[in-house]
Design a protein around this ligand. Structure first.
Ligand code: NAD
Length: 260
């Protein structure tokens, strides 16, 4: 029970990585707010946690919408009385070469990853500062927070940006005991990645098997996907760490695709 009675808001937790983090945090004793654009999915995940004796609520939230983020904060406080952990995880992927990238799609991706991170961070910080018992903010970065790939200009830009945001939160939050860190996973087989496989195959003119072997996993040490459990375990580590010694950091979990 490494997170006993902590209150955690996890965005994008109706699916994939965020969902596994929500389930893992619940098993570690936390009370979970599952915030997602997909209200049905958020409610279903919350019911699943409740059916195994955990505590969770689903909240409909578009992280790019200031009013919805603030409403989500109010619901979290009404349900559980505060916020101790934020996992800013909601995200999308859109692939295209830069010269063909539609501006509207560029703006949509940056808004979800960066405006969403800002709005949820601000909401969580206001609560954490008021509570006076510290807190942990975790951003879902990517290996693309560290290096580039073709076809992913706004994603690489946004994921690099999250490291800057985490470092500012680490500096401003320190006197309140609020830590901020970034998890940088390699490829994880979630719906976000399943969608990319045929898209990249088409854009690069290669087979789907080649996208997996020669694009996604080419530089790993063992040709393996990172799993949702790998990422959730890293999130527990950051969330449960006991002091400001571990703040402003980014940790790559990618089967050695990227090494620092
Ligand atoms: P996913 O598609 O399985 O889940 C993403 C969730 O975010 C969905 O439930 C979706 O409804 C939600 N979402 C999308 N837009 C939203 C918005 N505006 N407001 C609230 N919720 C919204 O994807 P995933 O693979 O689990 O990705 C989660 C995070 O992990 C993303 O930030 C992604 O960039 C990052 N990431 C994923 C991988 C990977 O290989 N899957 C690798 C590195 C980083």
């Amino acid at each position: 029970m490494r997170l006993k009675d902590k209150i955690a808001v996890v965005t994008g937790a109706a699916s994939g990585i965020g969902k596994e983090i929500a389930f893992t945090f619940a098993r570690e004793g936390a009370k979970i707010v599952i915030a997602d654009l997909n209200q049905k999915g958020a409610d279903a995940a919350a019911s699943e946690i409740a059916s195994t004796g955990g505590r969770a609520i689903g909240v409909a939230m578009d992280v790019t919408n200031e009013g919805q983020v603030e409403a989500g904060r109010t619901k979290a406080i009404a349900a559980f009385g505060g916020i101790d952990i934020l996992v800013s995880n909601a995200g999308i992927q859109t692939v295209a070469p830069l010269d063909q990238f539609e501006f509207v799609k560029w703006k949509q991706l940056l808004a979800i990853h960066l405006d969403g991170a800002f709005l949820t961070t601000r909401a969580a910080l206001r609560e954490m500062y008021k509570q006076g018992r510290g807190g942990s903010i975790i951003y879902m970065g990517s290996v693309h927070s560290k290096e580039a790939s073709v076809l992913k200009a706004p994603y690489v830009t946004a994921k690099h940006g999250l490291i800057g945001l985490a470092e500012v939160v680490a500096k401003e939050g320190a006197k309140h005991g609020v830590r901020a860190n970034v998890i940088c996973p390699g490829f994880v087989r979630t719906p976000l990645v399943e969608k990319q496989i045929p898209e990249q195959a088409k854009a690069l003119g290669i087979s789907e098997a080649d996208v997996i072997k020669n694009v996604m996993l080419k530089d790993t040490v063992d040709g393996e996907f990172t799993t949702v459990q790998d990422v959730a375990e890293t999130a527990v580590f950051f969330a449960s760490f006991g002091s400001n010694a571990l703040t402003g950091q980014s940790l790559v979990v990618s089967h050695g695709w990227f090494m620092q």
